[in-house]
Design a protein around this ligand. Structure first.
Ligand code: EPU
Length: 421
């Protein structure tokens, strides 16, 4: 990626004040393709205004749907004339979640030709479990020069046991199975909040999904679904990133519009570090604590510590008192931020999939380059706590998943801006 601007942060200023979190990225990217499962219009509210959302809207238009998007308010999708079933690489390379078009188009018309997805390079990220699920529903799958071609007329419900817990696989099979004949049971299903949110959205369209949020999901297929008006849940990872940034700057920040129960694994670790965290129904306050203790973290599927917060948390631990370990169990290459953190003075060693962090008293601003979305979040956190100026290159990765991040941080008192290169 060659991006035409850079982010400049002068660190050391405590974040102070109140902020409202945006709608969830990983929910939004599932709910938008879901609108293709009906011929009736749907309205989706609380979408984050981010690149992944923009890319999906362009894909829906390319397939023949009409859309009306008012950022910050709603997206209306009119899918009646969405007759296309082919999504080329020029679209899918822009986001990982383009693979949800496979499930949504199979559900819509029993036929999908979707190029393999792009997205952040954080590991090998195969989609064999998604394809195994479609095959179990009766689809024939062909791999044609970078295109996955799936056809199923009709699809029939089946028992599907995933070899590992997969968020994308669970969502993709749900999207297809809601229109299959008969009952599908997904065993070893993912339990992340966005799985529950997608199930709620699909059920509001007339689908019959039970058990979302547990590891067994039962879906009774229906021949047609209707349109919906649906509000996506707040972003769990943006909430977590803001909590970490508040702790990193020894700030005092109240995050509104979030769901505190989604944040329990992070809250527990921050409390263990000695950071003060308090909760209300839909807000979390993170308060100053001079000394922060080192902790050990292992990423896990929900409700464990999310891999998406591993990188920003690693940045925070760079200045904790003592030696921390961070073990990444989900994506084997989610470590590209480490070299950049070292440039800023962090003492870090990578041993297999475990990062050993020796806390330092100070970090220093430096020119650093973003390699993936959450690496970008880690570098922003590091920039906020470092002395002097950090220049962050390849900011487009950050814009894939964070809405107006520098505006939000500026409103909390951060010295952060963008500049054209
Ligand atoms: N896996 C397979 N085969 C499959 C599917 C997954 O081997 O068919 C493996 C993966 O390689 C990985 C593990 O299973 O080692 C889990 O992958 P999962 O399918 O759960 O991840 P994903 O669907 O590719 C989504 C999010 C990620 C988030 C992970 C884990 C979207 C678009 N992406 O990815 O979000 O890290 O779940 O929670 O929802 C991000 O937001 O920065 C991000 C990368």
């Amino acid at each position: 990626m060659l991006c035409k601007d850079k982010m400049l942060i002068i660190g050391g200023k405590p974040l102070m004040g109140e902020i409202t979190v945006s709608g969830g990225k990983n929910t939004a990217v599932a709910v938008i393709p879901a609108t293709l499962l009906s011929d009736e219009p749907s309205t989706i509210e609380n979408l984050p205004d981010i690149e992944d959302v923009h890319a999906l809207i362009e894909i829906l238009e390319y397939l023949g749907a009409k859309t009306e998007y008012v950022p910050g308010k709603y997206l209306k999708v009119f899918p009646e004339k969405a007759d296309g079933c082919n999504v080329p690489f020029e679209f899918t390379r822009r986001l990982r979640a383009s693979y949800y078009l496979l499930g949504a188009l199979l559900g819509r018309g029993g036929h999908a030709e979707v190029a393999y997805p792009g997205g952040c390079e954080i590991g090998s990220r195969p989609i064999d479990q998604h394809l195994k699920g479609f095959a179990a529903l009766g689809a024939t799958i062909e791999d044609r020069g970078g295109l996955v071609c799936a056809k199923a007329e009709p699809m029939t419900g089946a028992d599907i046991f995933f070899d590992m817990v997969t968020v994308g696989g669970t969502i993709n099979v749900m999207l297809a199975a809601v229109k299959a004949q008969g009952t599908t049971v997904i065993y070893n299903a993912a339990k992340e909040p966005h799985i529950v949110d997608l199930a709620n959205c699909l059920n509001s369209m007339g689908a019959r999904i039970k058990g979302a949020g547990t590891d067994v999901i039962r879906i009774t297929g229906k021949p047609s679904l209707h349109g919906t008006v649906y509000t996506v849940i707040p972003d769990q990872i943006e909430t977590g990133t803001l909590m970490i940034a508040a702790a990193a700057t020894r700030g005092d920040v109240t995050i509104h519009g979030c769901i505190p129960t989604h944040m329990e694994s992070l809250t527990a670790k921050l409390l263990e570090m000695g950071v003060r965290v308090s909760e209300n129904d839909d807000s979390i306050r993170v308060r100053p604590q001079y000394e922060q203790r080192a902790v050990n973290i292992k990423t896990q599927v929900y409700p464990g510590f999310p891999t998406d917060l591993q990188q920003p948390m690693t940045a925070l631990l760079c200045m904790a008192n003592g030696t921390s370990t961070v073990c990444e169990t989900i994506f084997e290459q989610r470590f590209k931020h480490l070299d950049e953190l070292r440039r800023m003075g962090a003492h870090i060693k990578l041993m297999d999939r475990t990062v050993l962090i020796e806390g330092v008293r100070e970090m220093y601003g430096a020119p650093v380059t973003v390699t993936d979305l959450r690496a970008g979040a880690a570098l922003v956190v590091a920039g906020l706590m470092a002395k002097g100026m950090t220049e962050i290159y390849e900011t487009a990765y950050i814009d894939r998943g964070y809405e107006r991040i520098e505006e939000k941080l500026r409103s909390l008192g951060a010295d952060i801006r963008r500049e054209k290169i």
